[in-house]
Design a protein around this ligand. Structure first.
Ligand SMILES: [Zn+2]
Ligand SMILES: [Zn+2]
Ligand SMILES: [Zn+2]
Length: 248
Protein backbone atom coordinates (compact mmCIF):
# COMPACT_ATOMS: atom_id res chain seq x y z
CA UNK A 1 0.00 0.00 0.00
CA UNK A 2 1.23 3.48 -0.86
CA UNK A 3 -0.16 6.67 0.64
CA UNK A 4 0.39 10.17 -0.70
CA UNK A 5 -0.40 13.19 1.43
CA UNK A 6 -2.17 15.57 -0.97
CA UNK A 7 -2.73 18.21 1.70
CA UNK A 8 -1.76 18.49 5.38
CA UNK A 9 -3.08 21.91 6.40
CA UNK A 10 -5.95 22.92 8.62
CA UNK A 11 -9.08 24.58 7.20
CA UNK A 12 -7.22 27.86 6.51
CA UNK A 13 -4.36 26.21 4.70
CA UNK A 14 -0.80 27.37 5.39
CA UNK A 15 0.14 30.13 4.70
CA UNK A 16 -2.99 31.69 6.10
CA UNK A 17 -4.21 34.68 4.04
CA UNK A 18 -2.74 37.97 5.29
CA UNK A 19 -0.57 36.32 7.97
CA UNK A 20 3.13 37.15 8.17
CA UNK A 21 4.09 34.81 11.02
CA UNK A 22 7.32 32.82 10.76
CA UNK A 23 5.53 29.71 9.45
CA UNK A 24 3.41 31.54 6.87
CA UNK A 25 6.52 33.42 5.71
CA UNK A 26 8.70 30.28 5.54
CA UNK A 27 10.32 29.46 2.21
CA UNK A 28 10.45 25.73 3.10
CA UNK A 29 8.02 23.86 0.82
CA UNK A 30 7.21 21.59 3.79
CA UNK A 31 5.58 24.64 5.43
CA UNK A 32 3.16 25.11 2.50
CA UNK A 33 0.08 23.12 3.40
CA UNK A 34 -2.99 22.69 1.20
CA UNK A 35 -6.24 21.53 2.76
CA UNK A 36 -6.23 18.02 4.18
CA UNK A 37 -6.54 14.99 1.88
CA UNK A 38 -4.72 11.77 1.06
CA UNK A 39 -4.62 9.22 -1.76
CA UNK A 40 -4.32 5.56 -0.77
CA UNK A 41 -3.12 3.23 -3.53
CA UNK A 42 -3.92 -0.38 -2.71
CA UNK A 43 -4.55 -3.47 -4.86
CA UNK A 44 -4.44 -1.34 -8.01
CA UNK A 45 -7.17 0.98 -6.69
CA UNK A 46 -6.94 4.69 -5.97
CA UNK A 47 -8.89 5.50 -2.81
CA UNK A 48 -9.13 9.23 -2.13
CA UNK A 49 -9.82 10.38 1.44
CA UNK A 50 -11.60 13.75 1.45
CA UNK A 51 -11.75 16.22 -1.41
CA UNK A 52 -11.18 19.76 -0.17
CA UNK A 53 -11.10 23.12 -1.95
CA UNK A 54 -7.48 22.56 -3.07
CA UNK A 55 -8.31 19.29 -4.84
CA UNK A 56 -7.76 20.64 -8.37
CA UNK A 57 -4.23 21.73 -7.52
CA UNK A 58 -3.58 18.45 -5.69
CA UNK A 59 -4.81 16.36 -8.62
CA UNK A 60 -2.56 18.27 -11.02
CA UNK A 61 0.49 18.05 -8.78
CA UNK A 62 -0.09 14.38 -7.90
CA UNK A 63 -0.89 13.52 -11.54
CA UNK A 64 -4.03 11.72 -10.39
CA UNK A 65 -5.45 9.83 -13.38
CA UNK A 66 -8.27 7.86 -11.76
CA UNK A 67 -10.31 7.70 -8.57
CA UNK A 68 -11.92 4.37 -7.70
CA UNK A 69 -13.58 5.61 -4.50
CA UNK A 70 -13.81 8.75 -2.40
CA UNK A 71 -14.18 8.31 1.36
CA UNK A 72 -15.49 11.36 3.23
CA UNK A 73 -14.69 11.94 6.89
CA UNK A 74 -17.25 14.72 7.45
CA UNK A 75 -18.97 17.56 5.64
CA UNK A 76 -16.84 20.57 6.62
CA UNK A 77 -15.91 22.58 3.53
CA UNK A 78 -12.17 21.98 3.91
CA UNK A 79 -12.93 18.26 3.35
CA UNK A 80 -15.56 18.42 0.58
CA UNK A 81 -15.12 21.75 -1.22
CA UNK A 82 -13.37 20.19 -4.25
CA UNK A 83 -16.10 17.74 -5.22
CA UNK A 84 -17.01 19.81 -8.31
CA UNK A 85 -13.56 19.05 -9.75
CA UNK A 86 -14.31 15.32 -9.73
CA UNK A 87 -15.85 16.03 -13.16
CA UNK A 88 -12.44 15.18 -14.63
CA UNK A 89 -12.64 11.57 -13.45
CA UNK A 90 -15.84 10.11 -14.92
CA UNK A 91 -18.10 8.24 -12.56
CA UNK A 92 -16.92 8.56 -8.95
CA UNK A 93 -18.47 6.69 -6.07
CA UNK A 94 -18.49 8.64 -2.80
CA UNK A 95 -18.76 6.81 0.52
CA UNK A 96 -20.17 8.85 3.40
CA UNK A 97 -22.40 8.36 6.40
CA UNK A 98 -26.02 9.42 6.05
CA UNK A 99 -25.75 12.93 7.55
CA UNK A 100 -22.70 13.74 5.41
CA UNK A 101 -24.37 12.34 2.28
CA UNK A 102 -27.35 14.63 2.99
CA UNK A 103 -25.04 17.64 3.23
CA UNK A 104 -23.38 16.72 -0.09
CA UNK A 105 -26.78 16.45 -1.81
CA UNK A 106 -27.54 19.98 -0.63
CA UNK A 107 -24.15 21.55 -1.34
CA UNK A 108 -23.89 19.99 -4.80
CA UNK A 109 -27.60 19.79 -5.59
CA UNK A 110 -26.98 20.34 -9.34
CA UNK A 111 -25.12 16.99 -9.47
CA UNK A 112 -28.26 15.20 -8.28
CA UNK A 113 -30.84 17.15 -10.32
CA UNK A 114 -33.20 15.27 -12.62
CA UNK A 115 -32.05 17.22 -15.66
CA UNK A 116 -28.30 17.62 -15.48
CA UNK A 117 -26.19 20.17 -17.26
CA UNK A 118 -23.56 18.53 -19.45
CA UNK A 119 -20.10 18.36 -17.92
CA UNK A 120 -21.07 18.34 -14.26
CA UNK A 121 -19.52 15.73 -11.94
CA UNK A 122 -20.88 12.20 -12.31
CA UNK A 123 -21.00 11.25 -8.64
CA UNK A 124 -22.98 8.67 -6.75
CA UNK A 125 -23.35 8.51 -3.00
CA UNK A 126 -23.07 5.25 -1.06
CA UNK A 127 -24.31 5.67 2.47
CA UNK A 128 -22.26 3.79 5.02
CA UNK A 129 -22.48 3.35 8.77
CA UNK A 130 -19.96 2.02 11.26
CA UNK A 131 -19.89 -1.44 9.64
CA UNK A 132 -16.95 -2.64 7.56
CA UNK A 133 -17.63 -2.23 3.84
CA UNK A 134 -15.99 -2.86 0.49
CA UNK A 135 -15.07 0.04 -1.81
CA UNK A 136 -14.34 -1.39 -5.26
CA UNK A 137 -13.07 -4.61 -3.64
CA UNK A 138 -11.01 -2.89 -0.92
CA UNK A 139 -12.10 -3.63 2.65
CA UNK A 140 -12.59 -0.45 4.70
CA UNK A 141 -13.22 -0.30 8.44
CA UNK A 142 -14.93 2.95 9.55
CA UNK A 143 -13.73 4.34 12.87
CA UNK A 144 -16.12 6.57 14.82
CA UNK A 145 -14.59 9.63 16.43
CA UNK A 146 -15.86 13.03 17.55
CA UNK A 147 -14.98 16.53 16.32
CA UNK A 148 -16.19 18.11 19.59
CA UNK A 149 -19.93 17.32 19.22
CA UNK A 150 -19.90 16.33 15.54
CA UNK A 151 -19.54 12.59 14.89
CA UNK A 152 -17.14 11.84 12.06
CA UNK A 153 -15.48 8.82 10.52
CA UNK A 154 -11.87 7.81 10.21
CA UNK A 155 -10.96 4.82 8.07
CA UNK A 156 -8.77 1.77 8.53
CA UNK A 157 -7.49 -0.07 5.44
CA UNK A 158 -5.34 -3.06 6.39
CA UNK A 159 -2.79 -1.82 8.92
CA UNK A 160 -3.15 1.81 7.85
CA UNK A 161 -5.60 4.22 9.49
CA UNK A 162 -6.49 7.84 8.76
CA UNK A 163 -8.38 9.94 11.30
CA UNK A 164 -8.53 13.71 11.12
CA UNK A 165 -10.49 16.51 12.83
CA UNK A 166 -10.82 14.27 15.86
CA UNK A 167 -11.07 15.51 19.43
CA UNK A 168 -12.26 12.34 21.19
CA UNK A 169 -12.67 8.62 20.50
CA UNK A 170 -14.20 5.93 22.68
CA UNK A 171 -12.58 2.70 23.84
CA UNK A 172 -14.59 0.53 21.43
CA UNK A 173 -13.19 2.45 18.48
CA UNK A 174 -9.70 2.63 19.96
CA UNK A 175 -9.84 -1.18 19.94
CA UNK A 176 -10.26 -1.05 16.15
CA UNK A 177 -6.94 0.80 15.95
CA UNK A 178 -4.75 -1.88 17.50
CA UNK A 179 -1.79 -3.34 15.61
CA UNK A 180 -1.40 -0.46 13.13
CA UNK A 181 1.64 -0.04 10.96
CA UNK A 182 0.75 3.58 10.14
CA UNK A 183 -1.63 5.98 11.88
CA UNK A 184 -2.36 9.32 10.22
CA UNK A 185 -3.78 11.57 12.90
CA UNK A 186 -5.19 15.10 12.80
CA UNK A 187 -3.22 17.31 15.21
CA UNK A 188 -3.72 21.07 15.07
CA UNK A 189 -1.16 22.78 17.33
CA UNK A 190 0.26 22.88 20.86
CA UNK A 191 -2.50 25.06 22.33
CA UNK A 192 -5.74 23.27 23.18
CA UNK A 193 -8.66 23.60 20.77
CA UNK A 194 -12.37 22.90 21.20
CA UNK A 195 -12.69 20.41 18.35
CA UNK A 196 -9.18 19.25 17.37
CA UNK A 197 -6.46 17.29 19.14
CA UNK A 198 -3.62 19.38 20.52
CA UNK A 199 -0.07 18.03 20.46
CA UNK A 200 -0.23 16.64 24.02
CA UNK A 201 -3.61 15.02 23.40
CA UNK A 202 -2.39 13.49 20.14
CA UNK A 203 0.77 12.12 21.77
CA UNK A 204 -1.30 10.60 24.59
CA UNK A 205 -3.43 8.80 21.98
CA UNK A 206 -0.33 7.63 20.13
CA UNK A 207 1.10 6.26 23.41
CA UNK A 208 -2.13 4.37 23.97
CA UNK A 209 -2.56 2.96 20.44
CA UNK A 210 1.13 2.29 19.80
CA UNK A 211 1.15 2.29 15.98
CA UNK A 212 4.55 1.52 14.46
CA UNK A 213 4.58 4.97 12.82
CA UNK A 214 2.41 8.06 13.26
CA UNK A 215 2.05 11.00 10.86
CA UNK A 216 0.41 14.21 12.02
CA UNK A 217 -1.77 16.07 9.53
CA UNK A 218 -4.34 18.97 9.51
CA UNK A 219 -1.71 21.31 10.93
CA UNK A 220 -2.16 24.97 11.77
CA UNK A 221 0.44 27.69 11.23
CA UNK A 222 0.38 27.91 15.05
CA UNK A 223 2.15 24.55 15.31
CA UNK A 224 5.54 25.79 14.14
CA UNK A 225 8.06 25.22 11.37
CA UNK A 226 8.19 21.70 9.93
CA UNK A 227 11.94 21.34 10.36
CA UNK A 228 12.03 22.64 13.95
CA UNK A 229 9.05 20.62 15.11
CA UNK A 230 10.07 17.37 13.39
CA UNK A 231 13.44 17.49 15.20
CA UNK A 232 11.66 17.42 18.60
CA UNK A 233 9.61 14.28 17.91
CA UNK A 234 10.24 10.63 18.83
CA UNK A 235 11.79 8.61 15.97
CA UNK A 236 8.49 6.97 14.93
CA UNK A 237 6.36 10.15 14.93
CA UNK A 238 6.40 12.43 11.90
CA UNK A 239 4.98 15.77 10.85
CA UNK A 240 3.48 15.00 7.44
CA UNK A 241 3.87 17.47 4.59
CA UNK A 242 2.26 17.95 1.21
CA UNK A 243 3.60 15.53 -1.38
CA UNK A 244 4.99 13.07 1.19
CA UNK A 245 4.64 9.47 -0.03
CA UNK A 246 4.85 6.55 2.40
CA UNK A 247 4.67 2.79 1.93
CA UNK A 248 3.00 0.56 4.46
ZN1 LIG B 1 -10.85 20.05 8.76
ZN1 LIG C 1 0.74 32.47 9.99
ZN1 LIG D 1 -13.79 19.68 10.47
Amino acid sequence: MRVEFLGTGTSNGVPFINCDCEVCASADLKDKRLRCSAMVKVAGKNILIDCGPDFRQQALRGKISKIDALLLTHEHFDHVGGIDDLRAFGKVRIYAESRVAGAIRQMFAYCFAKFKYPGIPDISLCEIDEQTFCADGVEIVPIRAYHHLLPLLGYRIGDFAYITDIKTIDSENKAKLQGLDVLVLGMLRYKEHLSHLSFDEAMALVDELKPKRTYFTHLSHDFGLHETEQAKLPENVFVAYDGLVIDC
